[in-house]
Design a binder for this molecule. Structure first.
Ligand SMILES: Nc1nc2c(ncn2[C@@H]2O[C@H](COP(=O)(O)OP(=O)(O)O)[C@@H](O)[C@H]2O)c(=O)[nH]1
Ligand SMILES: [Mg+2]
Length: 189
């Protein structure tokens, strides 16, 4: 069966977003790292896979965080043929700061690495810019995300890639539409 993978840093709202999309209750929480193993949830004629969150988690050793990243990469490599597309969920308000912090240490931010890896694997990516309810200047912030992912601002040039959402407030209409468009293209193949 075809699947849509949801990836992203811990605590960005992946599980909340999937719950809002599917109507199925998933464990969400303030405590990062609740989702450790890929979790499959039926969605229309495909399945959604809630991937473990990567990045810093309090109480989790650095080796375990690397292991989680390796698991995600292996999962994608092993299942590439079945992956219809990916939804990369980001916390809109903190994305730029986190990416800049990594860059200043001359390290590639995990989300940038993953975004590029998915493209190398020929997997289409939707960037769900979540927690938009907490952002003041939406356009400026989304421009900053686009630019850091290698897409020339303004972000409005990339409305088929970047979609602002608020999983918590149930504002996910545009994401649903974009997912639908991709699923229909897939069915028509
Ligand atoms: N303000 C706000 N909070 C959100 C939103 N989506 C999720 N959250 C909160 O972010 C926290 C982490 O959510 P969760 O779905 O567990 O993140 P995950 O680790 O990526 O699966 C929870 O406290 C959610 O209620 C959103 O759109 N806006
Ligand atoms: Mg989760």
């Amino acid at each position: 069966m075809k699947e849509i993978i949801f990836v992203g840093r811990s605590n960005v709202g992946k599980s909340t977003l999937i719950s809002t999309l599917t109507g199925k209750k998933l464990r969400t929480g303030r405590r990062p790292g609740v989702t450790r193993k890929p979790l499959q949830i039926p969605y229309q004629d495909v399945q959604i896979t809630d991937m473990p969150g990567f990045g810093f988690m309090s109480g989790v050793k650095e080796e375990s965080m690397d292991a989680i990243k390796d698991n995600i990469v292996h999962y994608i490599e092993d299942n590439a043929g079945d992956i219809a597309f990916a939804v990369m969920v980001v916390n809109t308000g903190s994305f730029a700061e986190i990416v800049d912090r990594w860059n200043s240490r001359n390290e590639i931010p995990v989300e940038v690495e993953l975004f590029e890896f998915l493209h190398e694997m020929n997997i289409d990516v939707i960037v769900a810019a979540n927690k938009i309810d907490k952002v003041g200047d939406v356009d400026e912030t989304l421009d900053g995300i686009a630019q850091r992912l290698g897409m020339m601002p303004p972000w409005k040039q990339w409305i088929d890639v970047i979609v602002p959402v608020s999983a918590k407030k149930g504002k996910i209409g545009e994401l649903k539409k974009l997912m639908q468009k991709k699923l229909e293209a897939l069915r028509a193949k």
